[in-house]
Ligand binder design. Structure first.
Ligand code: PNS
Length: 159
């Protein structure tokens, strides 16, 4: 596969996301990590901050690039000539939402393909929402996020 598109809110990126990016990078020539602007929920980090944090976390991966997108995912997919969207599937609880999104996107654009990758077991319980909650309540987030993300989170919550 040539171009895989990995979209998400990434508020912020965590080790589970990074695991999926690394797996996609093994399978594809190019991975475009796309940060959604209009996620319909209040983000802790701005779009620029989320892009910067992903760039720092993926610096070791030559074939990975990071972009922000606005509007429909199917339009961004067509614009960059993606071959498939990659999404991480952690547990059965993710399945219904992911299934609905994949089929709706295919309805909007018949060429749209979605490939699901499972992160390694140590990351399947991770979510950005939980990482933020743990940080807010003074818990240790070091094992769950890349170091620049941990620093950015602590700085944001202190301000
Ligand atoms: O990390 P998330 O929040 O689960 O990512 C969801 C995301 C950003 C991939 C999804 O909300 C999306 O594709 N948004 C762009 C707008 C769009 O195309 N909506 C219709 C999807 S069926």
């Amino acid at each position: 596969m040539r171009i895989a598109l990995y979209p998400g809110s990434f508020d912020p990126i965590h080790n589970g996301h990074l695991d999926v990016i690394e797996r996609a990078a093994h399978l594809c020539e190019r991975v475009v990590v796309a940060v959604a602007q209009n996620i319909g929920k209040e983000a802790l980090f701005s779009i620029e901050e989320r892009v910067d944090l992903i760039e720092e976390a993926t610096r070791h991966l030559d074939s990975v690039e990071v972009a922000a997108f606005e509007g429909l995912l199917v339009d961004f997919y067509a614009r960059i000539g993606a071959d498939a969207v990659v999404r991480g599937l952690r547990a059965v609880s993710d399945f219904e939402y992911e299934f609905q999104m994949a089929l709706m996107n295919r309805q909007l654009s018949p060429e749209f393909e979605t490939i699901f990758l499972m992160p390694s077991q140590e990351h399947i319980f991770l979510s950005s929402r939980m990482v933020k909650e743990i940080a807010r309540l003074g818990g240790e987030i070091g094992p769950f996020v890349p170091e620049p993300v941990a620093s950015a989170l602590l700085a944001r919550l202190r301000s």
